[in-house]
Design a protein. Structure first.
Length: 562
């Protein structure tokens, strides 16, 4: 047997051993549940044959029978909860075969080369990862069909735009190879058992809504407690089972595009770096302004192009971009990008499911005016409102209109100082965010399975916006909460940028790696942060005044606020 075959068999064997261990836990739990009933049957049978007469034995028989009934009821409740629970499913953008026939053809050909079952469907996730997700469950239909259902292949959407077709195939090879283990009955049964327990625990933790669920609050909590104990006992075996499955799949995939996979893994790292910068520096400011960039995946290419230009990360970059991008495998890449972009906004920022006056898509050409300029004007207006509340007088000579000089002079003098201003801005931001949350329609807490609803990324715009329903999705914040100093620095910098635009002919711009930026004579100015910090932390306006003079900003001129 070859080394590859040996490694694959070892991984598969380890996975099967752990799967059987999980099934034994299920069997032992069942045995514990039926043990009192079995004992009651023995006692009643003995009494019927005259071996256990007397009042003491009669009392024991009925006591054991009562205990057996209680235990069986509890076991039935747990089993029902496990069967009926809907395990969490990753929020994704479903891709039907008509929406991506070339991509399905690539995956099916890859499965044929690997000698494994093809995935049952393909979906996109707004993240830099790919995996197989088994979405079959006892509540979905008959057991035979469930055992034969292949898992769904989930592909990170940034991969499709950044990677070339051959690179994507190489990256997906070890993922697709995992369908072989998914088809094994023991592994499939073990996974269903663990997913059912996980779903039962999650269901028990959902706040009770409605009179019926509130009345069953204590029984649901008790059932959830038992499911949690069983799940804890399964955790180690489940982890080792999945490791064995991954090892077997990786070994099997070595025969397909192994050399290219090493190069492709470098592109995975690049895609992750560009995606992270794009979300935190570019998308997040837009989301906070009530706008969601509708072409995030296309933005990844621009961000990584800029990263490669600045840091010279990729040799032969131009020749690589001449190859066919993986997004060409989709019939309507723009619709898929829009759906993934909206899902990213919901996952990482908690945005609503539908567009509206306060939540609208924005393309990259509109970004400087719709996001950058509005962000600066809004923050500058908030800064002056807080100064008004603090009693800081405006420039009397200009009739009380807002100026940059008012901000600089207040922070420079150190009176009600930077700390009070930072606290006021923090309170104002928190109050506005709370008001925005109140405007969102009240909905029951959503689960991750909201991403699995039917739909196609190639549908109409209305279909794209209604893929996951109205309930909120699980939130994965990109950044920790901002401190008062961070907020104050942002607001002062925004005021400076507004003054530069209004008095020095500067313009708002978009930097693919750093987000909103100020353009002076068409050139990006990224040197504003240090002078602003000197002002708010030390009360030293010298560096900022030097910067303003170099740009030609007039601090005494009125500034238009948003």
């Amino acid at each position: 047997m070859s080394g590859t075959g040996t490694g694959e068999e070892l991984g598969a064997r380890a996975a099967r051993v752990r799967a059987r261990a999980l099934l034994r836990i299920r069997g032992r739990a069942t045995a514990v549940a039926v043990l009192p009933a079995a004992l009651a049957v023995v006692l009643f049978a003995a009494g019927a044959q005259g071996f256990a007469d007397g009042s003491g034995w009669a009392a024991a028989r009925w006591a054991v029978a009562g205990c057996a009934i209680v235990v069986l009821l509890i076991a039935a409740a747990v089993a029902t909860a496990v069967v009926r629970a809907k395990p969490a499913v990753s929020p994704t953008v479903p891709l039907g075969e008509t929406a991506a026939p070339d991509l399905y053809r690539l995956v099916h050909d890859l499965a044929d080369r690997l000698g494994v079952p093809a995935p049952s469907a393909i979906a996109l996730t707004p993240d830099c990862d790919s995996w197989l997700e088994d979405r079959s469950h006892p509540s979905a239909g008959g057991s035979a069909r469930r055992a034969q259902a292949a898992p769904v292949l989930v592909i990170g959407s940034p991969f499709l735009w950044w990677m070339r077709v051959a690179e994507l195939r190489a990256v997906l090879a070890p993922v697709v190879a995992g369908t072989s283990s998914s088809a094994h009955p023991d592994i499939a049964a073990a996974r269903r058992f663990v997913r059912g327990l996980d779903g039962a625990v999650a269901d028990a933790s959902v706040p009770a809504r409605g009179p019926v669920r509130r009345a069953l609050r204590l029984p649901r909590a008790f059932v959830g407690r038992i499911a949690r104990i069983l799940l804890r006992s399964c955790r180690g075996h489940a982890t080792e089972m999945e490791r064995g499955v991954a090892a077997a799949a990786s070994t099997r995939a070595q025969a397909v595009d192994y050399g290219l996979r090493i190069v492709a893994q470098e592109q995975v790292g690049l895609a992750y770096a560009g995606w992270d910068r794009l979300l935190t520096r570019v998308a997040l400011p837009a989301w906070r302004m009530g706008r969601w960039p509708s072409q995030l995946d296309a933005g990844v290419v621009s961000a990584l192009t800029e990263l490669s230009r600045r840091d010279r990360l990729a040799e032969g970059y131009a020749s690589r971009l001449g190859e066919r991008p993986a997004c060409d495998l989709l019939e309507e890449p723009g619709a898929a990008d829009e759906a993934a972009s909206l899902l990213a906004a919901r996952l990482f920022h908690g945005g609503p499911a539908e567009t509206g006056p306060d939540w609208a898509p924005v393309d990259w050409q509109q970004y400087p005016d719709e996001v950058v300029d509005r962000k600066w004007r809004s923050e500058a207006a908030r800064l002056h409102r807080v100064l008004d509340a603090m009693g800081v007088p405006p420039a009397a000579a200009l009739g009380g209109v807002p100026t940059l000089a008012r901000v600089v002079e207040h922070l420079e003098t150190g009176e009600h100082g930077g700390e009070e201003l930072a606290a006021g801005i923090s309170a104002a931001v928190a109050r506005e965010e709370a008001e925005a949350q109140e405007r969102v329609p009240d909905a029951a807490p959503g689960s991750a399975q909201a991403g699995g609803s039917a739909g196609s990324a190639s549908g109409s715009g209305d279909d794209v916006l209604a893929l996951w329903g109205p309930d909120p999705l699980p939130l994965f914040p990109l950044q920790p909460p901002r401190t008062g100093t961070d907020l104050l620095a942002d607001h002062v910098a925004a005021m400076v940028c507004c003054a530069a635009v209004d008095t020095a002919g500067a313009a708002p711009g978009l930097d693919w790696l750093d987000g909103p930026t100020l353009l002076v004579d068409g050139e990006r100015r990224a040197d504003l942060g240090s002078p602003v910090l000197s002002l708010i932390e030390d009360g030293d306006a010298g560096p900022l005044r030097t910067w303003l003079a170099s740009v030609g900003v007039r601090t005494d001129k009125p500034v238009r606020l948003g």
